[in-house]
Design a protein around this ligand. Structure first.
Ligand code: CUA
Length: 329
């Protein structure tokens, strides 16, 4: 019994240490606050209107019918006109609030904004931090790091079908339409790990097209960016060396890039710093050796229809390959 309790505590510890928030009500930016305020305004106003209507209906239904008089007819006409006028006023008020909120969340940003390119693929997110010289560009997947206190301008595009980028804690949704690049503003006000999702049905694995957005202090962000600029780590032991050989001699390199070792595929997530990411499979599974091995052997069991074929490797090759991938910090 005691052992079970300890195991449960050990499992819960990492979860409490890193709380991932996914809620439009737990706002972390001025844009999200604006949208949430609009949500409450519409909810309260429509709630009040519903209450008034239901009360009026109940009074009307329970009143005793009396003979029609000229005076009664005139009163009813006035009541209907007043109700129509009030409804128009309320609708105009809500429309104005909605337009103002829409303008506020599309604030133009200055040249100091951090530019990040995000490309939607079926069913994962490619993330790049363009840099000068271009060799310093950082490319990663399904995990977006941003600094707090500096506007972030996302340049969004899609290579296949319509996706939609959504981090509820930070801003509204933005559709990614193939052939029509678009922009989206994020201004995180506090550090935290926020979950993002694709919010437009885009095929079989739409529900598993998530990502993490990590808002951190500027110095931590810069340290992360500098670390991601390095080429892939050298294996430190025989298992890692053998794992790298397995990687380079398998079909992995046709789709994945690993900077510095001669793997330049561009169809699938960049693996140069795979081990630095918290999740795999577009924020579907924790990034642990067990899940990674399961994904390599047959990802079709986890995300059926994704573009990675099964890899039936001998057990030793698989273990060494996973050991190598786990070393890519
Ligand atoms: Cu991409 Cu739904």
């Amino acid at each position: 019994m005691r052992r079970t309790a300890w195991s449960a505590a050990a499992l819960l510890l990492p979860l409490t240490a890193c709380r991932v928030s996914y809620s439009a009500l737990d706002t972390a930016s001025p844009e999200a606050t604006r949208i949430t305020n609009l949500h409450w305004l519409v909810l309260w106003v429509t709630g009040a209107v519903s209450f008034v209507l239901i009360t009026a209906l109940a009074i009307g239904l329970t009143r005793r019918r009396t003979a029609e008089t000229r005076e009664g007819y005139r009163r009813r006409t006035w009541a209907v006109a007043a109700a129509a006028f009030l409804s128009t006023l309320v609708l105009l008020g809500l429309l104005t609030a909605s337009v103002l909120a829409g303008r506020a969340v599309a604030t133009p940003v200055g040249p100091d904004a951090l530019r990040i390119q995000v490309v939607g693929h079926q069913w994962w997110w490619e993330v790049s931090y363009p840099s000068e010289p271009p060799s310093e560009t950082v490319i990663t997947a399904n995990e977006i790091h941003v600094p707090v206190g500096r506007p972030v301008l996302l340049e969004l595009s899609s290579t296949d079908v319509i996706h939609s980028f959504w981090v509820p804690n930070l801003n509204g949704k933005k559709d990614l339409i193939p052939g029509r690049p678009t922009r989206h503003l994020l201004r995180p006000e506090r550090t935290g790990v926020f979950e993002g999702r694709c919010a437009e049905f885009c095929g079989y694995q739409h529900a598993h097209m998530g990502f993490l957005l990590i808002a951190e202090e500027p110095d931590r962000f810069e340290a992360w960016l500098a670390s991601e600029r390095r080429p892939a780590a050298e294996p430190s032991d025989a298992a890692g060396n053998h794992g790298r050989e397995v990687f380079l001699s398998s079909a992995c390199v046709l789709c994945h890039t690993t900077q510095g070792i001669g793997a330049f595929g561009h169809k699938a997530p960049d693996l140069t710093h795979l081990a630095s990411r918290r999740m795999i499979a577009s924020a579907t599974l924790p990034n642990t050796a067990g899940y990674l091995a399961g994904w390599v052997v047959n990802s079709q069991h986890i995300k059926p229809g994704n573009h990675m074929p099964p890899n039936l490797l001998p057990a030793e090759d698989l273990l060494d390959l996973v050991s190598y991938l786990r070393s890519l910090q």
